[in-house]
Design a protein around this ligand. Structure first.
Ligand code: SF4
Ligand code: SF4
Length: 499
């Protein structure tokens, strides 16, 4: 079968060419992170809900066994190891604590697997349900349930292997070693959504990953998968930016890729879906990059979900003397952590430890000079300085009208701002504040509706009571009138002769 042609590439607005800093973590193959003594498996799901535990404290669970059930099409949660349930907690985050037990990888009694399905013959509904039941979520960082995303038909499937954010190299490492699972997983996902074409996008700065993908495409791509080397411009890994680069089309503001017939899945998600179907494996582990000059031996690790960051960093040789800040995620979009007790979740792609001189917010904030650099760098085509102005003047409605929810929190505006204004933080906070206000407004509207409905009910009951009483009074008065008329008639009647 002849290979489909490589599409003409386009560009997206803004973005930055950044130093990748991935060599330190990709110089060695993916290492298996040993199991810690205890795992804190997060139950939180995309959208703020939590999965419902289906085990009790004291239960012994097998590796891969379901331990919490997600509502709807959400992804279930599974035990990453043979373990005993030691606690089920809600605070500070909903979690199941597992005390790991000795086990043998070859002992089937230690592991729970679903039966294998034929990826090309099984009914699409059975495959979708398998992907949901295996707990597959978007592994690029969003954590959106994969089965939910696969429920809409799309003409084009993009497999996203463009990490772009400096230091994060888990997809690069995965593609070097497991490209065949990615390509086969892509074909499986394409079958589910009816996609005629699959584009496997890999950064042009990932030559080894590209070579592995090219070989996998030739072996198992069946002429359906096209490998595309995309320029390494941050944040091209964002689905909207990647779609624009590969198709020249923009996802409409407030819309989704599906609105233009495109579906984007991270390469690791495709590989996990493939393994769930063909090997019956639940998602219990993922590849995580440990990077930054604050760790001794950066690398990529295969990590059990629920492993503490402290344990993972110990496997990377521990902290270096320069360690100053811990982030989950990359240097641009990562979230700073107060300590390393936090657990690795399904969407954790990177643990980054920065040295003091690498921390961007160390510089003092100055007034905005309206230079426009932030707008030129913004991939969402926003006017960040304008949004900031509205937010600082408490005009959240104006910031919303001018697109603050289109901000992808990429941090490009922060990086170029000569006044060191923490713009992204302001936009993230503004979105939270707007959601809280909307939530409160919805609560107040619901309370007002409840109050009005109660008043209407009381009024209706009162009217009905009054009507009933009026009826009774009318009947009573008409009864009295009849009795009086009978009495009058009787009084007028002449006495009978026989009386
Ligand atoms: S880059 Fe900074 S100083 Fe320049 S317009 Fe934007 S917010 Fe203002
Ligand atoms: S953080 Fe938001 S406003 Fe700033 S450049 Fe990125 S998308 Fe634009």
């Amino acid at each position: 079968m002849s290979a489909p042609s490589v599409p003409v590439l386009h560009t997206f607005h803004g973005g930055l060419r950044l130093d990748g800093r991935k060599e330190a973590s990709t110089s060695r193959p993916i290492q298996a992170c040993p199991l810690p003594a205890t795992l804190q498996v997060p139950l939180g799901l995309h959208g703020g809900e939590a999965a419902d535990p289906c085990v009790a404290v004291g239960d012994t669970v097998r590796r891969g066994q379901r331990i919490a059930v997600a509502p709807g099409r959400g992804a279930d949660i599974h035990a990453p190891a043979r373990a005993q349930v030691s606690a089920i907690g809600l605070h500070p985050e909903p979690q199941i604590h597992l005390s790991c037990l000795p086990s043998s990888a070859s002992d089937p009694q230690d592991e729970w697997r679903m039966p294998a399905l034929d990826p090309w013959q099984a009914a699409p509904n059975a495959l979708l349900e398998r992907i949901r039941a295996a707990g597959i979520v978007g592994l690029g960082g969003a954590g959106f349930p994969a089965a939910e995303k696969l429920s809409v038909r799309s003409a084009l499937l993009i497999l996203n292997g463009a990490e772009c954010e400096p230091s994060i190299a888990c997809d690069d490492a995965l593609l070097r070693e497991r490209a065949e699972d990615v390509v086969l997983g892509g074909r499986l996902l394409a079958r589910l959504v009816g996609a005629e074409r699959i584009l496997l996008a890999v950064e042009d700065a990932m030559p080894q990953a590209s070579a592995a993908c090219a070989a996998a495409v030739a072996r198992v791509g069946e002429g359906q998968v096209t490998l595309v080397a995309v320029p390494t411009v941050y944040p091209e890994g964002g689905e909207r930016q990647l779609i624009e680069v590969l198709t020249g089309r923009e996802v409409p503001r407030g819309g989704l890729p599906r609105d233009i017939g495109v579906l984007v899945h991270n390469v690791a998600t495709a590989a996990a879906a493939w393994r769930a179907v063909v090997h019956g494996e639940a998602l219990t582990h993922r590849v995580v990059t440990v990077a930054g000059s604050g760790v001794m031996q950066p690398g990529n690790f295969q990590v059990a979900i629920g492993t503490s960051v402290a344990h993972l960093i110990a496997q990377a040789g521990g902290y270096s003397a320069r360690a100053a800040r811990l982030l989950l995620g990359g240097p641009m979009m990562g979230i700073a952590q107060p300590d390393d007790s936090v657990a690795i979740g399904k969407q954790t792609n990177c643990v980054l430890v920065l040295a003091a001189e690498e921390i961007r917010d160390a510089a003092e904030e100055m007034p905005c000079i309206r230079c426009g650099d932030c707008a030129r760098a913004c991939p969402a085509r926003l006017q960040p300085q304008q949004l900031l102005w509205h937010i600082r003047a408490q005009r959240l409605d104006r910031s919303e009208a001018e697109g603050v929810f289109d901000c992808i929190e990429c941090g490009c505006c922060d990086l170029v701002c000569p006044s060191h204004i923490p713009l992204t933080e302001q936009f993230r906070q503004a979105k939270t504040d707007i959601r809280i206000v909307a939530h409160k407004r919805a609560d107040a509207d619901a309370a007002r509706e409840r109050y009005e409905r109660r008043n209407q009910r009381l009024q209706r009951e009162s009217d009905e009571r009054a009507l009933r009483e009026a009826e009774r009074a009318k009947q009573a008065s008409s009864g009295d009138a009849i009795a009086a008329a009978l009495a009058r008639a009787k009084a007028k009647r002449p006495p009978r002769d026989d009386a």
